[in-house]
Design a protein around this ligand. Structure first.
Ligand SMILES: [Zn+2]
Length: 200
């Protein structure tokens, strides 16, 4: 009974997406929402993929993770990324690299891409390499009134012939990262994002 109360504290309420009753208290979603979750099938020649498209439950789970940074939720999200990575049958990366993110500059908060990348790297037994930085431009705004910014490469060496895997929450930035790394002499650049915003 005490355990049930404890779980209710960690996993409150109904399904995070539709508020319906959940099958088990420690689940985040009800059974119907869980069954919507299906990894995309991507051919292995692609080097830049996302795990889910048209998947609102994943969007909801990621939003919840950005609020709570719950280790349990992180493990769940990273497990899907790991399954997608294994499905792709890519070369084993030498380094796991967090994708650049605007949010960390704006909110100065825990960086979603960094925490996901750290967890993924730990699961795979590979080191994390923090290569990218997002810098905002002074007084340059986009249509929504947000400051515009650009991705920069931090000083790095010894990456010749290495294979990198970028981990990202929402699909973006691949071309910028590829462009920045083109003169470094890396062997391969892969990227896995959790989902593509455009597909929702
Ligand atoms: Zn639901």
């Amino acid at each position: 009974m005490v355990l049930q109360e404890f779980f209710r504290f960690i996993y409150p309420g109904g399904c995070l997406r539709c508020q319906e009753a959940k099958e088990r208290i420690e689940h985040y979603l009800c059974k119907a929402c869980q069954t919507c979750i299906k990894l995309t099938d991507k051919p292995s020649y692609l080097q830049d993929v996302y795990c889910f498209d048209e998947c609102v439950p994943i969007h909801v789970l990621l939003s919840q993770y950005k609020k709570s940074f719950s280790p349990n939720l992180r493990e769940l999200l990273v497990s899907w990324m790991m399954v997608q990575f294994l499905k792709m049958d890519w070369d084993m990366p030498d380094y796991i690299v967090p994708a650049p993110a605007k949010e960390v500059v704006l909110l100065k908060r825990n960086h979603t891409n960094k925490t996901l990348a750290r967890s993924f790297a730990k699961m795979l037994g590979k080191p994390v390499l923090d290569l990218f930085e997002y810098k905002l431009q002074d007084r340059v705004y986009d249509d929504q009134g947000d400051l515009l910014g650009s991705v920069y490469l931090k000083p790095c060496k010894g990456l010749e012939g290495k294979t990198l895997l970028i981990i990202e929450d929402e699909y973006a930035h691949y071309l910028e990262c590829t462009h920045l790394l083109q003169d470094i002499g890396i062997k391969k650049l892969y990227k896995i994002a959790l989902y593509s915003k455009e597909s929702i």
